[in-house]
Design a protein around this ligand. Structure first.
Ligand SMILES: Cc1ncc(COP(=O)(O)O)c(C=O)c1O
Length: 341
């Protein structure tokens, strides 16, 4: 029980907190990685922590079906599918996106785990409107068959979902201290904001000395600035937090979005190759690769002090590497190292 909310435990926490010795030497910082990519269901990733709390709420409401929304390659959809499969529930993933053609990456995994995926091409209306209409239509179809549908918002990012990362903040604080990392800065990718907000609230409300910086992976304009403040207000009220925060308190780097959500980008691919070569760890092109490329740039530009202690949160997302959208450029760049005898 955390702040009045139950969870259903299905992940192997604490996840490892590991040093990155080669990258630390190269970059002149003390760099560690928190392996939330190694969470043990459906390929792993950050959404599983949120889903432990969301599933408890769904079951308390007697739900038989989990419905969530996202892009065609949503990692959150894949992990919702995994949780539904494990707990004998149905799962439907509602996407406003182009048909990617190939059933690969997360989309393939969704189907392997038994989820239905409903894809509708954008008609140009505001995305929220389109999601609301399509979700209502799909939900009605499931309800007509006698299913009880529990709706999970984009990325699992509501007050219930963010509790998973509130808890992770406590876990990290406990892990960091014996390693001499109690004053380190935690760095995470920011998408639908639940991971960042959970960590922010957990660190501040529990009085942790760890610092937090988020790296936005898609353009972070005025609407998102407003949303982050509103989200904090929902968390404070919903969980009875004893802390306050204003707009300027949320440290989110906005210079590394590379123009758009999930766009192929050369610096991001270079960061993925760098992590792969140096440490044998696989990042993804949409979230963790973008965030890591941003962090490396901040270090090189001197925006992060040499010698700093940093904990990079690996939030998962690897299946995206296998999508044609990102694979084409990687194949072109990496083919020269394939020797055909
Ligand atoms: C692999 C990965 N990393 C990071 C994030 C960002 O987390 P959040 O949406 O909670 O900001 C996501 C969200 O989908 C993700 O799939």
């Amino acid at each position: 029980m955390l702040l009045g909310h139950e969870k259903i435990c299905f992940i192997n926490t604490p996840t490892p907190l590991e040093p990155l010795p080669t990258l630390s030497r190269e970059l002149g910082v003390e760099l560690w990685i928190k392996r939330d990519d190694l969470t043990n269901l459906g390929g792993g990733g950050n959404k599983l922590r949120k889903l432990e709390y969301l599933l408890a709420e769904a079951q308390a409401q007697g739900a038989t079906t989990l419905l969530t929304v996202g892009g065609a390659q949503t990692n959150h959809g894949r992990l919702t599918a995994a949780v539904a499969a494990k707990y004998g529930m149905k799962c439907v993933i509602v996407c406003v996106d182009d048909d990617p053609g190939e059933v690969s990456g997360n989309l393939l995994l969704d189907r392997i785990m038994g989820a239905e995926v409903v894809l509708q091409k954008s008609d140009g209306r505001p995305e929220e409107e389109q999601f609301a209409a399509l979700t209502a239509q799909v939900k009605a179809r499931y309800e007509a068959r006698g299913e009880r549908v529990y709706e999970i918002p984009m990325g699992g990012s509501n007050v219930t979902g963010m509790l998973g990362y509130y808890e992770c903040a406590m876990e990290l604080t406990a892990q960091a201290k014996p390693l001499g990392l109690q004053d380190a800065t935690v760095c995470c990718a920011v998408g639908s904001m639940g991971t960042y907000m959970g960590l922010y609230c957990g660190l501040k409300n529990e009085g942790s000395p760890l610092e937090l910086v988020g790296i936005a992976i898609s353009p972070f304009g005025e609407a998102k600035e407003r949303r982050i403040v509103e989200y904090f207000g929902e968390a404070k009220a919903g969980l009875g937090l004893g802390i306050d925060a204003a707009r300027g308190d949320f440290r989110i780097e906005k210079d590394y979005t590379r123009g758009a959500y999930n766009n192929p980008s050369e610096p991001v691919r270079r960061a993925i190759y760098h992590m792969g070569h140096a440490e044998g760890i696989l990042l993804d092109p949409c979230y963790t690769g973008k965030a890591f490329a941003g962090l490396c740039d901040m270090i090189r530009q001197g925006r992060v002090r040499q010698g700093s202690k940093l904990i990079f949160l690996h939030t998962g997302g690897m299946p995206e590497l296998y999508t044609p959208h990102h694979r084409v450029e990687m194949e072109r760049e990496l083919r020269p190292g394939v020797t055909v005898m």
